[in-house]
Design a protein around this ligand. Structure first.
Ligand code: NDP
Length: 237
């Protein structure tokens, strides 16, 4: 188990779901963790009390506020960009503003946060964006806009890995398949459809994503960069 003692860590979107599991894991392993949230104040405060992590209210859709929060953390060792939303449905019906709001959080925010973090990041730092296997495959209708945001993350990760590699900074995406969270509950109406695409037919636990995140964030991840690390039960196989 990697010891993150003394490491300055920021998780964007850490109040619930996958982000909360990552906050727990990195804090348990000794990291000095701060995390952002947008709406879930109670959950954020409870997680801060439980883990000793610092909760900061910052909406990733507010570009200037996001950049200011990242800058305020000083020289980070690890940035995890987890905050994301999923808008699914008939593209002929979905409103343009709703799609653009998702693009703000899923695409613009990871880019601006990663670049801001890199300005002061310590050498051998880690930038990790939670993408999705839907960046690779979209096996059902109604997911075009969500898939485009997660494919955009792939291009960003490849490019920024080249930009920051000389400093030993790695830039990676972790690409989950279906994970049991509020966004995609294991007992939700889409569960059976999701499982039909998987080789191992169950939702992934958020802890399993946190474990992989900790690995990529740790010293063993030094030569993993510009890469997509898929953890999807064979959803995209
Ligand atoms: P949840 O909806 O369960 O949790 C989302 C988290 O992100 C919350 O902590 C939420 O905070 C935060 N967040 C959302 N929007 C913003 C914002 N504008 N500013 C700041 N924080 C924000 O989602 P998951 O945990 O399931 O998903 C996390 C990531 O994993 C997303 O990027 C998602 O696309 C990706 N993913 C999820 C999969 C799944 O099946 N669950 C599969 C593949 C990828 P708050 O409540 O305070 O707003």
């Amino acid at each position: 188990m990697t010891d993150f003692t003394g490491k300055n860590i920021l998780v964007l979107g850490g109040s619930r779901g996958i982000g909360a599991a990552i906050v727990r894991r990195l804090a348990e392993q000794g990291g000095k963790v701060a995390f952002t949230y947008a709406g879930s104040k109670e959950a954020a405060e409870a997680l801060a009390t439980e883990t000793g992590a610092e909760a900061i209210r910052t909406d990733s859709a507010d570009r200037d506020a996001l950049i200011a929060t990242v800058a305020s953390r000083g020289a980070l060792d690890v940035l995890v960009v987890n905050a994301g939303t999923a808008v699914l449905g008939d593209p002929l019906v979905l409103e343009a503003d709703v799609i653009d709001a998702m693009i703000d959080v899923n695409v613009r925010a990871p880019y601006h946060a990663a670049v801001e973090a890199a300005r002061k990041m310590n050498d051998n730092g880690r930038i990790i964006v939670i993408g999705s296997v839907n960046g690779d495959v979209m096996p059902f209708p109604g997911g075009a806009a969500y898939a485009l945001t997660k494919s955009a993350v792939q291009g960003m990760v490849r490019g920024l890995a080249r930009d920051f590699g000389a400093r030993g900074i790695t830039v990676n995406s972790i690409q989950p398949g279906p994970v049991d969270t509020d966004m995609n509950p294991a007992n939700g109406p889409l569960a059976e459809t999701m499982h039909s695409f998987m080789a191992i037919k169950r939702h992934i636990h958020a802890d399993e994503i946190a474990e992989l995140t900790a690995y990529v964030a740790g010293p063993h991840g030094a030569m993993m960069t510009g890469a997509m690390h898929t953890i999807d039960g064979g959803f995209g196989a």
